[in-house]
Write a protein that binds this ligand. Structure first.
Ligand code: EPZ
Length: 449
C-alpha cells in the first residue's frame, strides 16, 4: 500500500462492491480445505473488529482527525461502516494497510441508508455520536440477522431518557434533540448490551451534565472505546465495570489510537492449534482479555503459555477431554467463541454441554457440523456434544461469521476435503484467513463456485 493518503468515498466503496459482484467476487467465493495438517508457526493477531467498529464512529464527534493504527482495514464490516461514515460527511484517509485517519469537519447528511445498514447492523452505532454532536440522525433500523432479532430498544429508550425525540418511520429511527442538545441522565439498562453501552457512551460525552450507565457492558472493546474517547478529551470513569460515569464536555478533538487486538480471533486460532495438534505463537495476543476461555480450554487439554506480548499454544499429546460451557456477558464465556468451542468438543473424549444465553438462534453451525460426522443434540438453548473419533470433509454452507469459522476449524482436522460456500461471512470478521492459516501449514485455498 503506497504511503500516499487516499480518500475512501461512498462511491469508491459502492464501485468496489460492484466490481466484486462483476468478477463473481466475495459473494461467489468458496474456501477449500484438505484436513489433517498440523498448524505450526506464528500468526499475528489483527485489530479487533468489535473494537474497530465503535472506534470508527467516534470520528463523528470531532472535526480534527483521529489516527487509528492496528485497524483491520480489509474486513468487510470496516469497509461497510467506512461507506456509511463517508456518506455522512466523514473524511477518511487510508494511510497504510492498517492505519486510517478520520474526522468530520461538517455533516453532509444525517441519514445512514438502509442499503448499507442492512449489511452491517453495527451501523446503528452512528446514532449516539450524530445526536450527541449534531442533534439529529436518521438511521435505518438494522433488522435482524441469522443469529437473532437483534432489537435496538435499549439504545432508543436510553437516548429518550437523555432528551432525544425519537420516532420510527418507514423502517428508520428518526431522532432529534431539543434546542440545547442531549442532557445527561441516570440510565439503568434492563439487560447488558454491548452496542447500547457504546452508543450511549458516545451520545453522553458531549451532553449537558453527567450520565451514569448502570448494568453497563464490561467487554474489553468497551474499555478500548472509552480510552479513545478520554484521549479525545472526554471525561469517563468506571470503564470495565458495570457502572460507567460520563461528564459531558463542550467539544472533543482528534487523537492517535491503536485498536485492541482481537480476542475472538486469538481464541479461534487457539482452538485451531489444539484441534490440529500443532504449536503456534499468537503474536500480539492479549491473554488478559480471554480469562473465561482459558480455563475450559486448559480443562480440555490445551496448553497455553503467555510469552511477553505473545501467546504460545500447543497440545500436550494427551487426548482432548469434553467440558461444559455457558455463554455470558463479559467477564463470562464469550458468545462469539461458542461455535468454535463446540467444534473442539466434537472431537473430545467424553461429552460436553454448550448453553447459549445471549442470542436466541446461535446454533446454525450444528447441522453443518453434523453433516461432517459430529454427534450433537440440541435441546432449546443447550446442545450436548458427544465426542467422535473423526470428522469427514463435506460441502458446507456458512451462515454467520462465527458459525463459518467453526466450520473452518472442523475442516482443518477432518478427513478429506471440505468446501465452505458463502465465505463473505468470513471476510466480514477474519483478516487474511487463507494467508494466516496457510503460512502455518494448512492446506487451504480460495476458489470460485
Ligand atoms: C455485540 O453485538 C457484538 N457485535 C457481537 O458480535 C457480540 O456477539 C455481542 O455484542 C455480545 O457480546 C459488535 O460488537 C459489532 P448486545 P450487540 O447488544 O451489541 C439483546 C460477532 O460475531 N438486546 O450485547 O448487538 C440482544 O438481542 C458479533 O462479532 C436487546 O434486547 O450485542 C442480545 O440478546 C455477533 N435490546 C443481547 O441483548 C437492545 O437494544 C446482547 O446483545 C440491544 C440488545
Amino acid at each position: 500500500m503506497t504511503q500516499a493518503a487516499q480518500i475512501i468515498s461512498f462511491q469508491d466503496i459502492k464501485d468496489t462492491r460492484a466490481e466484486d459482484r462483476k468478477a463473481g467476487g466475495l459473494a461467489m467465493d468458496q474456501i477449500k480445505i484438505r484436513g489433517g495438517n498440523r498448524l505450526n508457526g506464528n500468526i499475528r493477531i489483527s485489530g479487533a473488529k468489535n473494537a474497530a467498529l465503535p472506534l470508527l464512529c467516534t470520528s463523528l464527534l470531532t472535526d480534527t482527525p483521529i489516527t487509528f493504527s492496528n485497524m483491520p482495514v480489509s474486513l468487510g464490516d470496516i469497509k461497510t461502516l467506512s461507506a456509511v461514515l463517508a456518506e455522512l460527511g466523514t473524511d477518511i484517509r487510508l494511510i497504510d494497510e492498517n492505519t486510517m485517519e478520520l474526522g468530520t469537519p461538517t455533516l453532509k447528511s444525517k441519514r445512514a441508508p438502509y442499503e448499507l445498514v442492512r449489511k452491517m447492523r453495527a451501523s446503528v452505532l452512528v446514532l449516539g455520536p450524530l445526536l450527541g454532536r449534531f442533534g439529529e440522525a436518521e438511521v435505518s433500523l438494522p433488522g435482524g440477522c441469522a443469529i437473532g432479532t437483534r432489537p435496538v430498544d435499549l439504545h432508543i429508550s436510553a437516548l429518550e431518557e437523555m432528551g432525544a425525540i425519537i420516532t420510527l418511520e418507514d423502517g428508520y429511527v428518526k431522532a432529534k434533540t431539543e434546542q440545547g442538545g442531549l442532557v445527561g441522565a441516570d440510565i439503568k439498562f434492563a439487560k447488558v448490551s454491548v452496542g447500547a453501552t457504546e452508543n450511549i457512551m458516545m451520545a453522553a460525552v458531549l451532553a449537558k451534565g453527567t450520565t451514569t450507565l448502570h448494568n453497563a457492558a464490561q467487554e474489553p472493546e468497551i474499555v478500548d472505546l472509552g480510552e479513545c474517547l478520554i484521549k479525545m478529551g472526554a471525561k469517563i470513569s468506571g470503564l470495565g465495570t458495570s457502572t460507567i460515569t460520563i461528564d459531558g464536555v463542550p467539544a472533543l478533538h482528534g487523537c492517535d489510537h491503536s485498536v485492541l487486538p482481537d480476542r475472538i480471533e486469538t481464541g479461534t486460532w487457539m482452538i485451531a492449534t489444539a484441534l490440529t495438534g500443532g504449536e503456534v505463537t499468537l503474536e500480539n495476543g492479549r491473554l488478559d482479555t480471554l480469562t473465561a476461555l482459558i480455563d475450559p480450554l486448559r480443562k480440555a487439554g490445551v496448553q497455553i503459555e503467555e510469552r511477553g506480548d505473545d501467546i504460545f499454544v500447543h497440545r500436550n499429546g494427551k487426548p482432548l477431554v469434553g467440558t461444559d460451557i455457558m455463554t455470558e456477558p463479559y467477564p463470562g464465556f464469550p458468545t462469539d467463541m461458542q461455535a468454535q468451542f463446540m467444534t473442539l468438543l466434537t472431537l473430545c473424549q467424553g461429552a460436553g454441554m454448550v448453553t447459549e444465553t445471549i442470542f436466541e438462534n446461535r446454533f446454525m453451525h450444528v447441522p453443518e457440523l453434523c453433516r461432517m460426522g459430529a454427534d450433537i443434540t440440541v435441546q432449546g438453548n443447550s446442545a450436548i456434544i458427544r465426542g467422535v473419533d473423526t470428522l469427514k470433509g463435506a460441502e458446507v454452507m456458512a451462515t454467520d461469521l462465527r458459525a463459518s469459522v467453526a466450520l473452518v476449524l472442523a475442516a482443518l482436522v477432518a478427513d478429506g476435503e471440505t468446501t465452505i460456500n458463502r465465505v463473505y461471512h468470513l471476510d466480514r470478521g477474519y483478516e487474511d484467513i487463507v494467508k494466516k492459516l496457510g503460512a502455518c501449514g494448512a492446506d487451504i485455498r480460495r476458489a470460485k463456485e
